[in-house]
Design a protein around this ligand. Structure first.
Ligand SMILES: *[C@@H]1O[C@H](CO)[C@@H](O)[C@H](O)[C@H]1NC(C)=O
Length: 276
């Protein structure tokens, strides 16, 4: 549980390649009392931010699992505090950062934990606005199954894209409601003056893997069937078995009838025989 009030703001980042081009992040500052366990060094939290797509788009995540993108993605950024004094000092160094990636998809219900962030977006609609977010349990932004994740050495997804991030991307997705996604896609502006332009599509397209190894913390089941397909396959097999049983039953009955018929004809033919 966090006991700190958190600062929420939209960060403007000058994209190095474009020159005139800006990219934006809605960012929540995190206290360094939060840290990651289970990594070779101590990584303390610095900030979290979100990436999303165009208005109405269900593709806005930066990571894809089996080529599947989700509506949005949350990144919780940590830096190696054993080796460096600050996020900016650690950012360009190999494995200076450790980022948790959480894929966000649209589900049936409103996610109360994500609402701690989303409900404050309207307070920072324009450039340089900041607001304070009351304390909440940041850990609950993670999906329930935290033992299943992918890990690889990669880069920051915003310029200057340093190759300094030890990535942990969870296999399970977090869910927000369609209204919450709309809030994320339609609240913030990327322009200072009229006409206002919505802040959308602030994700980086997937990059080539190059020689990187992505390891998984779990065995991925190589089944290409979804639950629905498995269910219909099961029903199909059941119906097939029933048909076969019925067929066997009717064939058996037919054979029995035939036998009985043969018997009758024997009796029938024997009758005149005795008569004779
Ligand atoms: C990341 O790179 C470091 C240094 O080269 C290496 O020791 C580590 O095993 C790599 N981690 C992964 C998950 O590939």
């Amino acid at each position: 549980m966090l006991f700190f009030t958190l600062l929420l703001e939209v960060i403007w980042i000058l994209a190095a390649e474009g020159g005139q081009h800006w990219t934006y992040e809605v960012q929540l500052s995190l206290p360094s009392t939060m840290y990651l366990e289970g990594l070779p060094r101590k990584y303390v939290a610095a900030q979290l931010h979100l990436h999303w797509g165009k208005t109405g788009s269900l593709g806005g995540s930066e990571h894809q699992i089996n080529s599947e993108a989700t509506a949005a993605e949350l990144h919780i950024v940590h830096y190696d505090s054993d080796s460096y004094d600050s996020l900016s000092e650690a950012a360009p160094k190999p494995q200076g950062l450790a980022v948790l990636g959480i894929l966000i998809e649209v589900g049936e219900t409103k996610n109360p934990v994500y609402e701690h962030i989303l409900s404050h977006l309207h307070e920072i609609r324009h450039k340089d606005q900041k607001t304070l977010v009351p304390p909440f349990n940041v850990g609950e932004l993670l999906p329930p199954r935290r033992d299943q994740f992918f890990r690889y050495n990669g880069s920051l997804t915003t310029p200057p894209c340093y190759q300094s991030v030890l990535w942990t991307v969870f296999n399970q997705r977090a869910q927000i409601s369609v209204e919450q996604l709309k809030e994320l896609q339609e609240t913030l502006f990327s322009t200072e003056e009229e006409p206002s332009k919505l802040l959308v599509q602030n994700y980086r397209a997937p990059q080539p893997l190059n020689q990187r190894t992505v390891s998984a913390s779990f065995i991925q089941v190589q089944s290409s069937y979804t639950t629905g397909e498995m269910l219909s396959l099961g029903v199909g097999i059941l119906v097939g078995c029933l048909c076969l049983l019925l067929a066997v039953y009717f064939i058996a009955r037919k054979i029995r009838k035939k036998r009985l018929g043969n018997g009758k004809s024997v009796v029938f033919t024997s009758a005149p025989a005795t008569e004779a």
